[in-house]
Ligand binder design. Structure first.
Ligand code: UDP
Ligand code: MG
Length: 324
């Protein structure tokens, strides 16, 4: 069997402190894997400069000049981690057989790549890197992050617990993924939608080797909010449910007002006012929920997601984008 070409795809934003250290680690990993005959010598490290304001792009260009295993692309401006990663993966998919995406700060254990490649050679198209524990995180980050995964799963978005964006994807999975045309992207929630044979490898996440995190709380919340609203219309359903509950309470309120009025405990006009307020409140919320339901459907339709992806056939596929 031909040895697969691996592309390690790495988004970088203002990483001049850490790149000179970690680039060597990535290169060594490629050389080791190639020496072990698991991947081709043609494998590359692809950096994506996400509109950095420091020397990051200069460093990437220098690396590419020094060693042919390094390649780089640079976005026209800062578009955020998810978009930068997507740009790298979409560039890599036509140049290789398999990609691994990883952050450039050395937090994710590079040695987990061995297990990922083994799983790929075993026939997996997607391999998720999963953190086995969160000892290096602050209590706050651990609590919010784990709460987020639970919330996402409850809302119906099937994301892999404690998996960020350290993952292997075959070029075949990426070609199918390219058909997900949406603009608001939350990669770790979308990749499982592609399907195919997949598995997880476990690793421990370390501290950043140098530099600072670009994910302050504000950005993390924005990412979480994006993740929820781009994958689930359940929040709208909750409004419908709330409308139902309020309607029921209103119904009880109406009966209570009528009884109070009949027993003569009220001033004139009170019962009719309470009845109207209760009735309108319930009906309005219910109607909002129904309208929301349609908006949710429109929202999902506008994403133009593929309705199915064929995994296997009983005959050889001769389509031009299938590699021999
Ligand atoms: N990153 C990026 N664009 C951004 C922010 C971050 O490409 O706008 C990259 C960054 O260089 C790093 C990865 O995304 O390789 C993860 O960022 P970071 O390490 O700051 O996040 P954390 O690990 O703290 O969640
Ligand atoms: Mg990091």
């Amino acid at each position: 069997m031909k040895k697969p070409i691996l592309y390690i795809v790495i988004p970088c934003y203002n990483e001049q402190e850490v790149l000179p250290i970690t680039s060597g680690m990535f290169l060594k990993k490629i050389q080791d894997l190639a020496a072990a005959e698991k991947i081709s010598e043609e494998s590359r490290v692809l950096f994506v400069n996400d509109g950095s304001k420091d020397n990051t792009w200069q460093i990437i260009q220098d690396l590419a000049e020094q060693d042919p295993h390094f390649e780089g692309i640079s976005l026209s401006r800062n578009r955020g981690h998810q978009n930068a990663l997507l740009a790298g993966l979409m560039t890599a998919k036509d140049r290789c057989d398999v990609t691994i995406s990883i952050d450039c700060d050395g937090q994710d254990d590079i040695n987990a790549m061995d297990g990922m490649i083994d799983a790929y050679l075993d026939g997996c198209e997607i391999v998720y890197g999963v953190r086995s524990k969160r000892d290096t995180d602050t209590f706050f980050k651990r609590f919010t992050a784990e709460g987020f995964y639970h919330l996402m799963n409850w809302l119906g978005a099937q994301i892999v617990f404690n998996h960020a964006d350290y993952r292997l994807m075959s070029s075949r999975a990426l070609r199918e993924f390219a058909n997900f045309k949406e603009v608001n992207i939350f990669l770790r929630g979308m990749v499982p939608l592609v399907g195919f044979k997949s598995t997880s490898v476990y690793y421990e996440r370390a501290e950043r080797i140098a530099g600072e995190s670009h994910y302050p709380l504000k950005k993390m919340l924005a990412l979480a909010f994006d993740g929820i609203t781009s994958l689930s219309v359940k929040p709208i359903r909750l409004i419908t449910g709330l409308g139902g509950v309020v309607s029921l309470l209103s119904f009880i309120g109406v009966i209570w007002a009528l009884i109070a009025a009949l027993l003569g405990h009220t001033v004139a006009g009170w019962a009719s006012t309470v009845c109207m307020v209760c009735f309108m409140g319930g009906v309005q919320l219910l109607c909002l929920g129904v309208i929301g339901e349609y908006i949710g459907k429109i929202y999902m339709e506008t994403k133009h997601r593929p309705r199915f992806i064929i995994g296997e056939r009983t005959w050889e596929d001769a389509s031009p984008d299938e590699r021999g």
